[in-house]
Design a protein around this ligand. Structure first.
Ligand code: PLP
Length: 431
């Protein structure tokens, strides 16, 4: 049963004339799996509907933010109420205070928080702040971790344990990337070596506490604790990039799950409930350096926008009600257990995994602990699987190196239907 995507194909062709690659963010173009991305007309609950009338159970959820599903009635009602009073004032509102208090309630490491408009802005600002606070210039990041598209974080993964930055994209000045040290994820010894060599010049270590932009890669026991210890020893800051893991790995983020107290945390995705939001926050002493309370400049015309605050606050409120987060985790675990039964039944050596409301499945027999081992995955098999799932009405993120997301709007019935579809899709993909 081939999928009719004729209207999507026409829209994609027209979009390619006027938008780079036809999309406003590269992954949406389906280049990693091939074919035409369905153009989406609407979403409701755990489903999205494309312009050709196809329906899909959605495990991408706008790349994570929609943890309540599409058009949650309370989010829609709250947005309509806010909308009727105006969309933006560029002046302080009570909503921003409530959002800051909410974030601080959820994460003990955060005493002061600044809202921005994207995850990219959040990490860019946190790194600027870390450099100002420590009066140092270098930043350690991990190969395969994504922290947005600003210059200093677009650095190619090099060979060897550590590599001084080489820009990952034309247009990034060598100088902007030169301050970035890239180290393999889970390589604590590499971090220690970098600190031995450049210690007094390293402002911060930025890490996805659960790596989720190269597929799902968990921190090895002791890795995050080690980062906390080494940064303290050397007077550098530890920045947890929880743009993806915040309110996903646990309600209080990966830092709650692993019991780590970072100096700064960056947020995005769920905190905006589907509207454009990011945030960064942390210790009062550090955050008090941000303008206008301090000299580190950072601003935004639409930062703390009332609609964005409303969607985010309502999402966090609903998600925080007793049992809701646990329910999404249980659905995620049910899906992974079902997928693993299928993989066993088909005598395949791969296993799905989850943490909190995130799940992943690598088509490799290697134990994936970093980018290099992630790259051993069979991307051809993933592409065939992805399209076979799409034809069965299951929408997965279009790359082997993305994670899956669960929402409160999914039910056991949809999860079980997904497992059944996966069995057929895998048989088909294996030929
Ligand atoms: C998505 C993501 C970002 C970038 O957020 P945008 O809102 O896309 O700019 C940064 N860090 C992590 C860990 C992310 O997953």
């Amino acid at each position: 049963m081939p999928l009719d995507l004729s209207r999507s194909q026409a829209l994609f062709a027209a979009s390619q004339e006027v938008i780079p690659g036809g999309v406003n963010s590269p992954v949406r173009a389906f280049r990693a799996v091939g074919g035409t991305p369905p153009f989406i007309e609407r979403g409701a609950g755990c489903r999205i509907y494309d312009v050709d009338g196809n329906a899909y159970i959605d495990y991408c959820l706008s790349w994570g933010p929609l943890i309540l599903g599409h058009c949650h009635p309370e989010v829609v009602a709250a947005l309509q109420e806010t909308l009727s009073r105006g969309t933006s004032f560029g002046a302080p509102t009570e909503l921003e205070l409530r959002m800051a208090q909410k974030v601080i309630d959820c994460l003990p490491s955060v005493e002061v928080v600044r809202m921005v408009n994207s995850g990219t802005e959040a990490t860019m600002s946190a790194i600027r702040l870390a450099r100002a606070y420590t009066r140092r210039s270098k930043v350690i990041k991990f190969i395969g971790c994504y922290h947005g598209h600003h210059d200093s974080m677009l650095v190619r993964a090099g060979s060897g344990a550590t590599d001084l930055g080489v820009p990952d994209s034309p247009g990034v000045p060598a100088a902007a990337a030169a301050g970035t040290i890239s180290i393999r994820y889970n390589d604590l010894e590499g971090v220690e070596a970098a600190f031995r060599e450049y210690g007094s010049d390293i402002a911060a270590v930025i890490v996805e506490p659960v790596a989720a932009n190269m597929g799902l890669v968990l921190p090895q026991p002791g890795f995050l604790e080690g980062l906390r210890r080494v940064t303290r020893e050397h007077g550098a800051l530890l920045i947890f990039d929880e743009v993806l893991t915040g309110w996903r790995v646990a309600y209080g983020g990966a830092q709650a799950h692993f019991g780590i107290d970072p100096d700064l945390t960056t947020f995005g995705k769920v905190i905006g409930g589907g509207l454009p939001v990011g945030a960064y926050g942390g210790k009062r002493e550090i955050m008090s350096m941000v303008a206008p309370s301090g000299p580190v400049y950072q601003a935004g015309t639409l930062s703390g926008n009332p609609l964005a605050m409303t969607a985010g606050l309502t999402t966090l409120e609903v998600l925080g009600r007793p049992g809701n987060f646990e329910r999404i985790v249980a659905l995620t675990e049910r899906l992974v257990a079902g997928l693993n039964q299928v993989l066993e039944r088909l005598d395949l050596p791969y296993r799905a995994a989850s943490i909190g409301t995130l799940f992943g499945l690598f088509f490799t027999t290697e134990r994936v602990v970093d980018y290099e081992t992630a790259l051993t995955a069979d991307t051809g098999l993933f592409s065939r699987y992805h399209h076979a799932m799409l034809r069965r009405g299951i929408y997965l993120a279009p790359s082997q190196f993305e994670v899956g997301f669960m929402s409160l709007a999914h039910t056991e019935a949809e999860v079980d239907a997904t497992v059944a579809a996966a069995e057929e899709a895998l048989r088909e993909a294996l030929g």
